[in-house]
Design a protein around this ligand. Structure first.
Ligand code: GLN
Ligand code: ZN
Length: 759
């Protein structure tokens, strides 16, 4: 028979129970016993739910109090010295200290997990590091599930991925040098799991979806030569992209099973069938990265042949990757209409789909005819639904020409016109958009949403906030002002709520990092903008001052990147539709007298595909979408863009190709290091390197900002330089903002005077 398996289940709980419990424990309102109990209850519920939904075995070890990479780090005893743990078994408090820092020891770094919006804690390596088995979590959770009557398949993060994701804290060695030191610990864990009754262990090596160095390939060979000696079958599990040119390597490893992410890499299937491997093959056909209901009949049409060739007993059906990246259960979406809901599948529904497929392969389609009919009907209805198709949007896109995707005049000529119009000083000062989203602001929004205050009262409240922000900026002497974004909950949600083709869930939370969850919008249909979205706020703010107020928009790539995107057309096409909607907004802002408009694209870099060979195509359509959004205006209108902490090295030509008149970037945390990339590239347009790290409540003094600014002047010269913070100020308090922004403006003034003297 063909088994139904899952690679991992969301751990946050249907009501974000884990978030509440963990945060309660941090605050001291919950004790360790209560926290552990909540966690055990969640695991029990999730295993029961998955077994009831038809899985033949449930994953264990996929639970985490914070992050699965940190769990692995702890399992291997790789606690950095500054946490002074010296524990045989790492305690819960040390675990949280590593994630969040203490007053004496800064937290370990966090970064994005492959191309997802999940963030993991980065392992740290030193040359003479020692490792030991320092957690019984894998074994404990396997036993726990078994005691509850489940057949379980433990999940481990594989050694080569774990090492490859880490950071060396000393020069002169490669993290992969530690492979031989950690393999015995993996072997120990596998042995314990085997003795406890595990038949299979899932060992995740998502690194196999990347371009691999020869050292990594060699490490994979050495690792699995060793680990396959365990008395348990290993299901080697890559995901997030095709195996492609790593397929031969993956097939050559002496493991009992290999998983394929057939959503991202459908072409891997034929290649594997042709190789006729002596392995169990896991077909990851249900999309673990998106929320759409699968077309089960089409999937069966596709895989039945290959399954027959591979042998039905040598195949398992699975989601493409862990379901960590999808919301938990559609049953909680009481506000979504039935039509839209019938197009969706969250984690629980995806497991049901896996089970239907495995039953169809084992017993024939007749055994699941009802489920297949329901899936057929939903997919057919979705394809035909008038809610998805907007002929006017298609027509407009067909008529877009290259002229629409570029400013009419080259930057150097636009620049002269903009200087004439805006009359800004050298080293002009500005901010990135948001001012503090204080408790008052959030309270007013919540009251308005609940209906406790009227729209008129809410708008008056927002106007007051905006006016205060404008006055403050005028008082301290900022050159290009912002309205403050008080009306916005979130930089994507705010726009999505006003665009056609978007829907919002009530409870579609997914873990972003630690206890933080996000609720991405769903883009289900053709996108268009029925009405202006931001014009009234910008216009109001501009009416309060003689100085220019910058209009503030989120760019098409970022809106795409932070949403669940429809799967029935290429991402590129959806991005272009969003770009047209933003373009309309840019044009309307200009018509309303806004002469400076910022289109934020903090997610441009993170949308980069995992494989280098796919970069160029992505960058081409992403940059073009940005330009499409930014090019419908006169030369005098100044377009800004903003990007947060990113590696810019490999994408400089694309950033230049965006052709924004001004780009602001986050640089203060790296002590202007990131700016050197722009300097070396001789970035042609204007640039505002952040000189105030807004990620901490610390108020940097004026001399400190002056020093950073001097570095910037040295790097790129004063002519094209702007002065601004690293990012928006919404997470900061007013007191810090008042002090820091005053220092920033004064730092710019001091440098301006110096530059005059020099000249
Ligand atoms: N304009 C947004 C803000 O200031 C930009 C946020 C971001 O870059 N993530 O909040
Ligand atoms: Zn930012």
């Amino acid at each position: 028979m063909t088994q139904a398996v899952n690679l991992g289940f969301p751990r946050i709980g249907a009501r974000r129970d884990l978030k509440k419990a963990v945060e309660g424990y941090w605050k001291g309102t919950l004790d360790a016993g209560q926290l552990l109990q909540t966690a055990a209850n969640l695991r029990a519920d999730h295993w029961r739910l998955q077994a009831d939904a038809g899985l033949d075995c449930v994953p264990t070890g996929d639970f985490s109090f914070y992050d699965q990479v940190l769990d692995t780090t702890v399992m291997l005893g790789a606690v950095p010295e500054r946490f002074e743990a010296n524990e045989e078994i790492v305690s819960l408090d040390t675990y949280f200290a590593m994630a969040r820092g203490t007053k004496d020891a800064p937290a370990m770094e966090m970064t994005k997990w492959f191309d997802t919006n999940y963030h993991y804690i980065v392992p740290e390596f030193t040359r003479n590091q020692e490792f030991h088995l320092a957690s019984n979590k894998p074994l404990d959770e396997f036993r726990e599930a078994k005691a509850q009557g489940h057949t379980a398949r433990p999940v481990l993060l594989g050694p080569v991925t774990w090492l490859s994701l880490g950071k060396t804290k000393e020069a002169g060695f490669d993290p992969l040098d530690h492979l031989d030191a950690i393999l015995p610990i993996y072997a120990q864990v596998l042995k314990a799991l085997a003795s406890a009754g595990a038949e299979w262990v899932q060992i995740d090596e998502p690194i196999l979806a990347l371009d691999l160095s020869s050292a990594q390939k060699d490490a994979l060979q050495r690792a699995y030569a060793r680990l396959s000696q365990a008395e348990v079958n290993l299901m080697l599990t890559p995901y997030f992209d095709r195996l492609g040119d790593n397929l031969d390597l993956a097939l050559s490893l002496p493991v009992a099973g290999l998983h394929l992410d057939l959503v991202r890499g459908p072409s891997d299937l034929d290649a594997v069938v042709a190789a006729a491997p002596n392995k169990v093959i896991s077909l990851g056909v249900i999309n673990g990265r998106n929320v759409w209901r699968a077309d089960l009949s089409s999937v069966l049409d596709w895989i039945e042949g290959p399954v027959t060739k591979l042998g039905r007993d040598r195949v398992v059906i699975a989601p493409s990757c862990s379901l960590l990246h999808t919301p938990i259960d559609l049953v909680y979406e009481t506000k979504l209409d039935d039509e839209l809901k019938s197009w969706l599948a969250f984690a629980k529904q995806k497991i049901e789909e896996v089970a239907v497929l495995s039953t169809a392969l084992t017993k024939g389609r007749d055994a699941v005819s009802e489920a297949l009919a329901a899936s057929d009907a939903a997919c057919k209805a979705r394809k035909a639904s008038p809610r998805i198709h907007n002929a006017a949007v298609h027509e407009r896109l067909t008529n877009v020409t290259a002229k629409d995707e570029a400013r009419a005049t080259p930057f150097k000529d636009r620049r002269k016109l903009q200087q004439k119009k805006l009359k800004l000083p050298v080293l002009p000062t500005t901010t990135i958009g948001s001012f503090p989203q204080t408790a008052d602001v959030r309270k007013a929004r919540a009251s308005f949403r609940r209906g406790d205050i009227s729209e008129a009262d809410y708008n008056q409240f927002l106007r007051d906030q905006t006016r205060d922000a404008i006055r403050f900026q005028e008082e301290i002497g900022v050159d290009v002002l912002v309205h403050g974004e008080f009306e916005r909950n979130d930089m994507v949600e705010y726009f999505g709520e006003q665009l056609d083709g978007f829907a919002f869930t009530r409870n579609g939370w997914v873990q972003s990092y630690g206890s933080r969850c996000v609720k991405p919008p769903l883009i289900y249909g053709d996108v268009s903008r029925p009405e202006p979205m931001t014009v009234a706020w910008s216009q109001y703010a501009q009416s309060l001052t003689e100085r220019p107020v910058k209009g503030m928009l989120t760019g098409p790539v970022t809106i795409l990147q932070w949403s669940f995107v429809r799967d029935d057309q290429p991402r590129r096409d959806t991005c272009r539709q969003i770009a047209l909607a933003i373009r309309d907004e840019v044009v309307d802002l200009e018509a309303a007298g806004i002469g400076v408009i910022q289109i934020d694209e903090p997610a441009l870099r993170e949308g980069l595909p995992l494989r280098t060979s796919d970069h160029a195509a992505y960058l081409d359509w992403a940059v073009t979408a940005f330009r499409l959004s930014a090019s419908g205006i006169a030369d005098e209108t100044q377009i800004h863009t903003h990007m947060c902490y990113s590696e810019f090295n490999d994408i400089m030509p694309s950033i230049a190709a965006m052709d924004a008149d001004v780009i602001s970037i986050e640089t203060s945390r790296s002590d202007m290091e990131l700016l050197s990339v722009f300097a070396d590239f001789e970035y042609p347009n204007e640039i505002g390197p952040g000189i105030w790290d807004i990620h901490s409540p610390r108020v940097p003094g004026q001399p400190e900002m002056e020093a950073l600014l001097r570095k910037a002047v040295d790097a790129v010269g004063p002519e094209k330089l702007w002065v601004n913070p690293d990012c928006g100020l919404k997470t900061r308090g007013w007191e810090e903002v008042r002090a820091s922004l005053t220092h920033l403006v004064n730092a710019a003034r001091t440098l301006r005077a110096d530059i005059k003297v020099d000249a």
